[in-house]
Ligand binder design. Structure first.
Ligand SMILES: Cc1cc2nc3c(=O)[nH]c(=O)nc-3n(C[C@H](O)[C@H](O)[C@H](O)COP(=O)(O)O)c2cc1C
Length: 166
């Protein structure tokens, strides 16, 4: 069997995920990037990871700043996800085009007020893995809100359906 990248993508697309925006402060400017390669790693200490493509601007920013936020999007934030996945975007248009308005945490990290969860992250280590880097970070703070998540499944945005009963 020879596996091609399309089949690999399809297999990974069958794994439904939430959607996050990774945020970095660039000397007062907000840089955000849509990411779903995000997972919990450890409870003690509290660690998470995010896998970031070498070709993204975010890759360089995470190495340089070593502090970032992870904003877990809610179901009405699809436009924000689409906006921060576009390579040619600029932050000035984020509010008008996608309704993205940021607050700052006490560490100065940009935070999306409407998100379901916010995690304040401090970079712990970076592991090269093919064309991506696995950034592992310690979680220093969280902010939680009620609501339903934005999901990503087979290349499309979704909302949660019925609870699966007994
Ligand atoms: C739903 C979704 C999930 C994504 N997840 C990731 C991811 O986990 N890692 C990654 O490197 N890129 C991911 N991307 C692609 C980046 O958002 C995209 O390449 C972005 O333009 C990079 O921005 P930057 O160059 O400003 O950092 C995802 C895109 C979408 C639409």
């Amino acid at each position: 069997m020879t596996l091609n990248p399309t089949e690999f993508r399809k297999a990974m697309g069958a794994f439904a995920t939430g959607v996050t925006i990774i945020t970095v402060d660039l000397d007062g400017e907000v840089h955000g990037m849509t990411a779903n390669a995000f997972t919990s790693v450890s409870l003690d200490p509290m660690l998470v990871l995010v896998c970031v493509d070498h070709s993204t601007r975010t890759h360089a920013h995470l190495h340089a700043k070593k502090r970032f936020g992870i904003n877990v999007l809610c179901e009405d934030q699809k436009a924000i996800s689409a906006y921060y996945a576009r390579p040619e975007r600029s932050h000035e248009h984020a509010e008008v085009e996608a309704g993205a308005r940021f607050e700052r945490t006490r560490h100065g990290t940009p935070m999306l007020p409407g998100a379901l969860a916010y995690l304040e992250c401090r970079l712990q280590s970076a592991q090269e893995a093919g064309d991506h880097t696995i950034f592992i970070a310690e979680v220093e703070d969280v902010v939680l809100r009620e609501g339903d998540p934005l999901l990503f499944f087979r290349g499309k945005y979704r909302t949660v359906g019925e609870e699966v009963g007994e």
